[in-house]
Design a protein around this ligand. Sequence first.
Ligand code: GLU
Length: 285
Amino acid sequence: MVTRFAPSPTGWLHTGHAYAAWIAWRMACVNGGKMLLRHEDIDFSRVRETYYAGIEEDLRWLGLRWPEPTWRQSLRGSAYAAALATLQQSGLVYPCFCTRREIAVEWERMGQAPQMGDGLESFRYPGTCRDLSADERRKRMEHGDAHAWRLDMGKSMDFCGELAFFDRRFGKVLVSREAVGDEVIARKDIGAAYHLAVVVDDAAQGVTLVTRGEDLLAATHVHRILQAILHFPQPEYLHHPLVLDHEGKRLAKRNDVLALRTLRERGTSVDELVASAEHWLRDFF
Ligand code: GLU
């Protein structure tokens, strides 16, 4: 079994990360496999160099070990570009020239409150650029208009037929058109995006069990479609609960009180810190 922990080096790890990392690590240990560490750092505007080492130090303190060298997504641009080219040839993605503001205005024009995007994008894409003619697309691209690439969910699902993924907690989950909107798979500024990078890397690294927070369950619908189009093997999943603060909100990176380095300095024991993850996990070994 190969699992992975995939933090973004945009802040210090907190108790929520300890929970997630512990799950990835213990699942691998119990099943005689290994956990990989992958820095998800494609969003270079938010990344700080000091966090890479800080994250690794915190994970070692928790007792976690992984094979070196660790992967950095920022060095994987050519692999993402190759996958994007395949998707472009498939005709299942389209260039999107919209700004965030234009998307909000479009929702207003349609007389609807923006539909929330399940925590993936702040709201679902209303489909404006999906119906542009080939001619219009070409003209705007030749003109150098900045554009992202979106996965056409409707077309992709017609192309792939019935798809499902298996989650150790939720069982067999059918991929559904309604789960997500047309998500961005390559950003204007970066040339890749979370969904594409994760799917390409999980396949390239031979990940067989993806463990991550249940807030990303909707994202897995997109990932399963991308795996099918790109002929990648499908991993198994385990979407775990999120650690919430005393107000029931998910932990933010800036929550320094719960940062692992603060807890470590205060003498918190690792056993105490990972007890709830260990307890929850027992049913899924
Ligand atoms: N980088 C993501 C995060 O920090 C994890 C994504 C994943 O595990 O697929 O939440």
